[in-house]
Design a protein around this ligand. Sequence first.
Ligand SMILES: [Zn+2]
Ligand SMILES: [Zn+2]
Length: 168
Amino acid sequence: MSEPGGVTPAQLRELAARAAELVDAIEAARAGLAGDSHTRHTGYRLADAAGWARQVGADLAATAEDLARLRSRGPVTCPAEWGCCPDHGGTLRSSGGRCWCVAPGCGRTWDYDRDGQPCTEPAAYEVRGVGDAPDVWGLLCAGHTITARAQVDGIEVRPLAAAAGGAR
Ligand SMILES: [Zn+2]
Ligand SMILES: [Zn+2]
């Protein structure tokens, strides 16, 4: 379980909590300055400062969630560098930190940039004929197998024979 840099989601959440404390402290200072007619105008930067600190906290929290999702991947995970719909493959669109499948009738949505992050689906098929090494069998999840079949002529696909113990 050693990870690059050893950074954990908990560490990032801790940093986000410190940013939230900073926001509170800045807001308290701002309120203190505003309560005195001699100092009222000196605090004009603090609204922006609190806003920056809020953004810092939001970015840290979002990073913690992205990292937690990656860490939760199972032992036999699809190696694709981008996410897909588990049922439809490369049919995702994303905007403003949300993602959805555009396949008719699907209706799946995700509250993160799924198509911009590595796939988190379990490997379900072995596929040959794609990528840089077309003679080698590689692993793909169900969704990415759909996309590979649609986009690449002549690929071979076989079910992954219970390599993951059937675990999902
Ligand atoms: Zn879909
Ligand atoms: Zn995949």
